[in-house]
Design a protein around this ligand. Sequence first.
Ligand code: ADP
Ligand code: MG
Length: 612
Amino acid sequence: MTAELANKIAAGEVVQRPASVVKELVENALDANATRVTVIVKEAGKSFIQVVDNGEGMSETDAILAFRRHATSKVFAAEDLERIRTLGFRGEALASIAAVAQVELKTRRDSDDVATLVRIDGNEEKERSKTAHERGTSITVRNLFYNTPARRNFLKTRQTELKNITDVVTRMAIAFPNVEWKYVSDDETLMDLTVKPIRERLADIFGKALSEALIPIEETTDILAIRGFIGRPDFSRKSRVEQFVFFNNRFIMSRMINHAVFQAFEHLLHHGAYPFFILNLELDPCHVDVNVHPSKMEVKFERESDVYRLVLSVVRKALAKHNLVPTMNFREGNAVDDAEGKFRFASPTADDPFAGAPREAATVIPFPAHPMPQQESAFVNFEELFERRSETQDGSAIPPRTLPASGRILENRGREEGLGGSEQRPVWQVHNKYIVAQVRNGLMIVDQHVAHERILYERAQANFENALPATQQLLFPETVEMSPSDYSLIKELLPELQKLGFDMKLFGKNTVVIDGIPADVRIGSERDILQELLDEFRTNEHDAKFDIRDALAKSFACKAAIKAGDRLKIPEMVALIEHLFLTKMPYVCPHGRPVVVKIPLEELDRRFGRTS
Ligand code: ADP
Ligand code: MG
């Protein structure tokens, strides 16, 4: 086999597409300690790729050697292969690129007066001369795959190839915030990044909104250090594209790590959403096999399960520690049902009454379960006013009958009904669905169903762990006949159901006797809730395989929680909110829906044109 053929074959491994060329060249620039890297491409790199750095440069001899296969300056002895910290280490990138393109190299070290120019076409040296060039290296790759038409034809659309290159540059710009990056495509500057602290670098790349929604992560253990950021759950994406894992600053693909993070976000994300994250794992390279694939994107960790568990727990901890209060953002629209940017998670502020709320597991205090009869409210029907107003074409005049010419707005009501008595009326139920409450710097809207769901979910988990369930004994034990399959499911889940607070006995012949039910389950509805719980559990069977208790807790919480439409007494609402803020994750329900939305006072002031 000729050397030329060997090079072409090897090129197939290292150089699959323009993006791989960019990646190799940029890695070399970083290995040469460059602090400024410029990437210029034309036609998505098919006709032209240039990478210019201000790194150490090469001597003339090194410049020639650089194109020889396995001529790397980075590995000195075999054992060094195990401790590789530089990005390149195989010494085949330049040789491979030169085998399938027309390459021009200009390079100069600090100590040299003149720069070296080397021109190679398809691995054949065409020119070697002296030239002028600033310190550093500039490599130009023209007409990639010009001599391997099959590969050239194999390239995807220009858009796809350019996206791949952009991904490469983006990853590098994240991993190396202390390097200035410039990225130009067909004369259009796509990135021009000065050196900034990492968070500002991320703002430059992904935008300010996203960078503000990042939760920092940092943890060091004996085996590894993890540093990075995770996006708050409402900044999740519809695909995995914005997930970045680095190992010693080298971008890697790791389904294992992605899975660990995803697992940590469980119950915080909408179905089909993926968390945004950037994680850099630092560990001794001798515990990692980097050599699994020549493109060096895949690594194999020696202690996979330790790494998995660590990532999972670190991310979980960070999520739990952060107060995730969604804030209504009117500037971006009024609907809050869309997680994609319509409301945002605000950082907790010092005067946020909940910022310091304890985050221990919910204590088991029975939540009042019986709704109160309809309360009469003397309040003006604002909606009706609003609708009438919008009937008038220009919206300027309110029909006279809705606004009496004389008459008081504030009635002289008793203290109990007084508008200002927030001790008397700290909460208000809207449409039997939402609870509105004043908080120090604005107002808070709570979805009663999901709030209760979160409480019951955490309480169920606590019951499974240790606490004694709060059971309400039924005066008249209820005998229920089940279908054979429900009966056998109950039999299987009996210890767990008892921990949840269902005090029941198997009676044989598909019959169970219920003596007591969990606190908060409405007396009279125990049969339905048990049935719904079993049904829901079946639909969660997929999760159940993984974690029976979690699936059961979720099913129970979902079915036993008060529903939209249930009228609540004021003490019930107060208790609900109090309990909610004793949970670990008060702001998101077990299925990932928001529980609380806050409208800051400034937002109201702004809307009313108040300047202070
Ligand atoms: P590797 O990076 O695996 O060593 P390459 O084929 O990518 O192999 O590069 C071969 C050698 O060329 C490197 O080891 C390095 O000595 C030299 N080299 C390549 N690019 C640069 C650069 N931008 N600046 C300085 N030296 C470089
Ligand atoms: Mg290299």
